[in-house]
Design a protein around this ligand. Structure first.
Ligand SMILES: Cc1cc2nc3c(=O)[nH]c(=O)nc-3n(C[C@H](O)[C@H](O)[C@H](O)COP(=O)(O)OP(=O)(O)OC[C@H]3O[C@@H](n4cnc5c(N)ncnc54)[C@H](O)[C@@H]3O)c2cc1C
Length: 505
């Protein structure tokens, strides 16, 4: 997977996709698999905006039942089920605990009904994947980190987790393999029209500053929060901000869904790469869309709520390891409370033919992208059915996941790589893990962990630097391997990383 801006020159594409977050990536992959001539560009790195700032959940959205968004929950649960089968390395099950307290906003009976409905909407899932009820004593055994004060009982239910930035990257790689031209750090600066209809775009290479015209029969805007820049209707959507904090390890294999005492909102405590992901907030946002600030209020809201829910965390700002902010694009709504606005997605068509993706979720982006590509095919007069439902993910094609896992763990152990790191290697790279193990076999020093507390090894960094379209160090350490948010990296360490990567690479 290499960046080559020149591939955009002197060609006519069926479709140019502006924006390489999850929506652009699924659209490019689907369209390329259907045989369309596809180009996708992003003004920054792949998944550098909201698609690497999510809660990393592939979920139905239990809380959407409260707003009666049954259609969205059912659709997302179907996608979750499909992704767990088609991409077990990319999307893995994660059980959530929901404690019930004496004065819980949602009491035990209502929660039980909600979870039964959630299981029902998930369809025919095995009993092991359904919700479970626990007495107070058993629930505490399950989640010893919880504050037992006024706890009466608890439930667990199943959802799933991913690494959002790698999810996008794998689809971009799949699109490249299916013939799409994929260029990061390439900005769409202008739409080109002929007789009132779009006939291409002007793009600027952000590395060389060269600008060229790219001809395309159709243009899709998957620019997320920048989407209004391309539309006549600047008020086409509403923005809300959500922040996450990376905290020390608290939960191991299971997550917690909690209700904030201050405002009754739902938030999560989630295990992620051996640490804790705490989030998220949901506040109206009308500030600068290029720089999303994390305020003291955002931070103290999450820390206060977590400290009330946990037995002895007593987290302060000093305990924060990393933080990130994302922007949700929601459909326009007169409702003041952001949490009450639907998370569903719409496809808008401008008079000049531009297709704009508005809103949505990481979980349901595949199905939404299929609607985009169906529309493209209709406009282009092409008959091709959507190939992505149930299709094995690009880095698992031709591989049985369980055998891959067993073989890789055995090989990794022989190379001196600990089991936790080896499991993450398989999740992160699918069947390309053999290349990384080979690097360790050639140079045993690369089998060591980058940081003792994080399950990443040096060979992973070297492989990503060489093969994953890394342009800036931030792409490598922020998204290919999310080190910059999972550790406080010093300037000296950064220097050592860059030396090792480029010397070995
Ligand atoms: C706090 C938070 C938590 C969330 N948690 C979850 C979750 O757990 N599960 C879930 O399913 N969903 C979740 N979501 C929703 C999900 O993250 C988003 O729906 C999704 O990431 C949006 O993807 P996107 O492709 O539309 O936009 P983005 O990821 O923002 O991508 C848009 C891309 O367009 C590019 N771009 C913009 N302008 C141009 C231009 N002129 N030229 C070229 N490129 C351009 C940008 O650089 C950017 O990379 C969450 C959202 C937030 C904010």
């Amino acid at each position: 997977m290499q960046r080559d801006f020149s591939q955009l020159k002197n060609r006519k594409f069926d479709v140019l996709i502006c924006g390489g977050g999850i929506y652009g990536a699924w659209t490019a992959y689907d369209a390329a698999l259907r045989g369309l001539k596809v180009a996708i560009v992003d003004k920054g790195d792949w998944a550098s905006a909201t698609s690497s700032a999510s809660s990393k959940l592939i979920h139905g959205g239990l809380r959407y039942l409260e707003t009666f968004d049954f259609k969205l929950v059912k659709k997302s649960l179907a996608e979750r089920h499909m992704l767990l089968q088609a991409a077990p390395h990319r999307v893995w099950p994660l059980r959530f605990g929901v404690p019930v307290y004496k004065n819980s906003r949602v009491g035990s009976f209502r929660l039980k009904c909600g979870l039964m409905l959630y299981d029902f909407l998930a369809g025919n899932v095995p009993i092991t994947q359904k919700h479970q009820h626990y007495s107070k004593a058993d629930f505490i055994k399950h989640f010893p980190c919880l504050n037992p004060f006024e706890l009466t009982s608890g439930f667990t239910y199943l959802d799933a987790q991913t690494d959002d930035a790698r999810f996008v990257l794998e689809l971009i790689d799949g699109a490249c393999s299916a013939g799409a031209v994929c260029v990061n750090y390439c900005e769409v600066s202008e739409l080109v029209e002929k007789n009132g209809k779009i006939s291409g775009v002007i793009v600027q290479d952000k590395l060389s500053q060269e600008s060229i015209q790219v001809d395309a029969a159709q243009v899709v805007d998957t620019a997320g929060r920048w989407s209004p820049n391309f539309q006549n209707d600047k008020d086409c959507c509403r923005l809300t901000k959500g922040i996450h904090l990376i905290m020390p390890k608290t939960v191991t294999d299971e997550a917690l869904l909690l209700t904030a005492k201050s405002d009754g909102r739902v938030f999560f405590i989630i295990p992620w790469y051996g640490l804790t992901l705490l989030g998220t907030t949901d506040t109206n946002y009308d500030g600068d869309i290029n720089n999303i600030p994390i305020s003291n209020d955002d931070i103290s809201y999450l820390l206060n709520e977590a400290n009330q829910a946990l037995k002895s965390a007593n987290w302060t700002e000093q305990d924060i390891i990393g933080k990130f902010a994302g922007i949700r694009v929601l459909q326009q709504s007169s409702r003041d409370n952001p949490t009450a606005i639907s998370r569903d997605w719409v496809l808008a068509t401008s008079p000049n033919g531009l297709l704009s993706s508005i809103g949505g979720k990481l979980t349901s982006a595949r199905e939404d992208a299929a609607v985009i590509v169906d529309t493209l095919c209709t406009n282009l007069g092409i008959h091709a059915a959507c190939p992505t439902f149930g299709k094995v993910f690009p880095w698992l094609i031709g591989t049985d996941y369980q055998s891959l896992l067993d073989t890789s763990l055995a090989q990794a152990a022989q190379l001196g790589i600990d089991k936790e790191s080896a499991v993450w290697l398989v999740r992160r790279h699918g069947n390309r893990v053999s290349n990384i193990l080979q690097l360790c076999a050639d140079n045993p020093d690369l089998a060591r962990r980058i940081r003792p507390e994080l399950p990443f090894i040096m060979a992973d960094l070297v492989f990503c630097a060489r093969h994953e379209m890394v342009v800036h160090l931030d792409d490598l350490l922020g998204r290919r391997l999310p080190l910059l948010i999972l550790a406080k990296i010093t300037a000296e360490e950064l220097e050592v990383f860059s030396k090792t990567i480029w010397v070995v690479g």
